[in-house]
Each structure stands twice: as structure tokens, then as C-alpha cells.
Design a protein around this ligand. Structure first.
Ligand code: ATP
Length: 270
């Protein structure tokens, strides 16, 4: 069960140019995570400590996991992912044990990047969540913070966490020496959507009528993950129609379908 809780990837395939619309965030992550791994001596010479932990926050499907994987890829580091929800355990000591295992593995495989997704599952303000009021969950979080303390000078293990619910977080985890570099990853704007659509259609056989500008303006409010689905769905419409060339009309049909699916989803949850 322990092995299952962690996802280990020796060489994730994501590159920085697979990520659209968040160039500034890529730059910040490179500075906070990549540079300390690749050139630790620059930080030593300058007499500054690199950020202990980096926290990526923003809406779902905007590229937070991709960013963490891309840094691992670019630095030839092992990518080790753990979901915060996996750290919420029934039995006493089990969550802390997992945290210890996580850091042990990261040390064995260094250079490595620990990515903790949904950090809010163990680090929400007590008033905001039933689980974090739980003494066991508190202990798991304390274990995480104390493991992070142990890494300050080593630099071969970097820690990135992510959340969709920044407002819910216990501010104590943001203190210096903890997750002390915050990077907001927002929903893509017009240019971002255009870039993301271009990325996800790179390998497609596109017809000349494809208008990325029009698509970007018709997809206001869509995340990167939703734009990826749109491109895939458009490809499916072309195939269904017996074509291998993907046209603007396929994207229009795909948009309608995703709107309908989205509405159906809304009905179920409400
Ligand atoms: P969550 O908070 O739900 O975990 P996330 O922000 O970590 O989401 P990712 O897992 O990085 O989101 O993105 C999911 C998928 O959506 C990616 O594999 C990618 O195909 C697509 N995607 C998301 N954001 C972008 C982006 N900025 N550029 C290109 N593709 C993107």
C-alpha cells in the first residue's frame, strides 16, 4: 500500500514548452527549484538560502503538476508524487510513517523532486476542515514540516506542493523555512488559451480553416485541462466523420459537446 501511495517517475516527459500561458510561473519555478539543484554553489556564494518549499496554487487543471514534472525532467531529477489525501490515514502513526518513507525514498533517489498534490488535505485551517481538526492529521503535517527542516542545507531534494484551495490553508505552513515561495498559477487568459490549444494540436493534421484566435475567444474561462479535452474531442469528431484532417467545424462540435457534458455534470452535483 505504501508503494501505491507514491508515484515515482525517473524521467517525466513534460518539457517547459509543453506548458502554455504561464511563462512567468515557469521562470519563477526555475529560479526557486531548478537553480538551487543545478547550481547550489551560486546560492552558497551569495550567502542566501534557496526557498525551502514552493507552493503552487490556483484552479484545477492549469498546469501545476506539469510544472513540477517539467522541472524534474529538466534537472534529471526523480519525480515523486504523493497526494495529500493519501496522507490522511485511519491508523495512528500511519500518515507520519508515509511522510518518512517519502523523504527516505527522495534521499535514495536524489536529485529528486517531491510533489505533494492537494496539500490542503493535511494543511487546512482547523476550522475549515474536519480532517485537519484531527490530531492524527496534525501530526502528519508536523512530520512533513520537520522532514523539510532536515533538508535545508542539502539541496538535492526539492519540495513542491500544490493546492486548489489556497484560502483554506493554515498560514503556519507558509512561514520561512516551510513553503516560503508562493507561485500562483491562474486560469489561462486569451493568449494562454491560444498557446495551449496550439500545444495540444501540435501533432494533429489540421485544416487551413483552423482559427486559433477565434477558438481562444470562444473558450473564456476554460482551463488547460479543458482545452486539452476540447482538442481531443475535435479529433474524435473528424475520425467519426471518416476524415484524418481536423477542421474548425470539429472544434465547434466539440465545444458544444463539452458544454453539454459540463451542464450534465452541474446537474448531478447540484
Ligand atoms: P489539479 O489541481 O487538478 O491537480 P493541475 O493544475 O495540476 O490540476 P495538470 O495536472 O498540470 O493540472 O494538468 C492536467 C492536464 O491538462 C495536463 O496533463 C495537460 O495536458 C493539460 N494542461 C493543463 N494546463 C496546461 C497548460 N498550461 N499548458 C498545456 N497543457 C495544460
Amino acid at each position: 500500500a505504501r508503494a501505491q501511495a507514491m508515484e515515482v517517475d525517473e524521467s517525466p516527459e513534460v518539457a517547459y514548452d509543453d506548458i502554455g500561458g504561464i511563462d512567468e510561473q515557469i521562470r519563477e519555478v526555475r529560479e526557486a527549484v531548478e537553480q538551487p539543484l543545478v547550481e547550489p554553489e551560486r546560492f552558497e556564494e551569495a550567502g542566501i538560502d534557496p526557498p525551502s518549499g514552493v507552493l503552487l496554487h490556483g484552479p484545477p487543471g492549469t498546469g501545476k503538476t506539469m510544472l513540477a514534472k517539467a522541472v524534474a525532467n529538466e534537472t534529471d531529477a526523480t519525480f515523486i508524487k504523493m497526494a495529500g489525501s493519501e496522507l490522511v490515514r485511519k491508523f495512528i502513526g500511519e500518515g507520519s510513517r508515509l511522510v518518512r518513507d517519502l523523504f527516505e525514498l527522495a534521499t535514495e533517489r536524489e536529485p529528486s523532486i517531491i510533489f505533494i498534490d492537494e496539500i490542503d488535505a493535511i494543511a487546512a485551517k482547523r476550522t475549515e476542515s474536519k480532517t485537519s481538526g484531527d490530531a492524527e492529521v496534525q501530526r502528519t503535517m508536523m512530520q512533513l514540516l520537520s522532514e523539510m527542516d532536515g533538508f535545508e542545507t542539502r539541496g538535492e531534494v526539492r519540495i513542491i506542493a500544490a493546492t486548489n484551495r489556497f484560502d483554506m490553508l493554515d498560514r503556519a505552513i507558509l512561514r520561512p523555512g516551510r513553503f516560503d515561495r508562493l507561485i500562483e498559477v491562474p486560469e489561462p487568459n486569451f493568449d494562454g488559451r491560444e498557446q495551449i490549444l496550439q500545444i495540444h494540436t501540435r501533432d494533429m493534421n489540421l485544416s487551413d480553416d483552423l482559427d486559433f484566435t477565434a477558438l481562444a475567444s470562444q473558450t473564456d474561462g476554460k482551463s488547460g485541462a479543458e482545452l486539452e479535452s476540447l482538442a481531443t474531442e475535435a479529433g474524435m469528431f473528424a475520425i467519426r466523420d471518416g476524415r484524418t484532417e481536423v477542421r474548425m467545424e470539429d472544434f465547434e462540435e466539440a465545444m458544444e459537446k463539452l458544454e453539454e457534458d459540463g451542464d450534465a455534470g452541474d446537474t448531478i452535483t447540484s
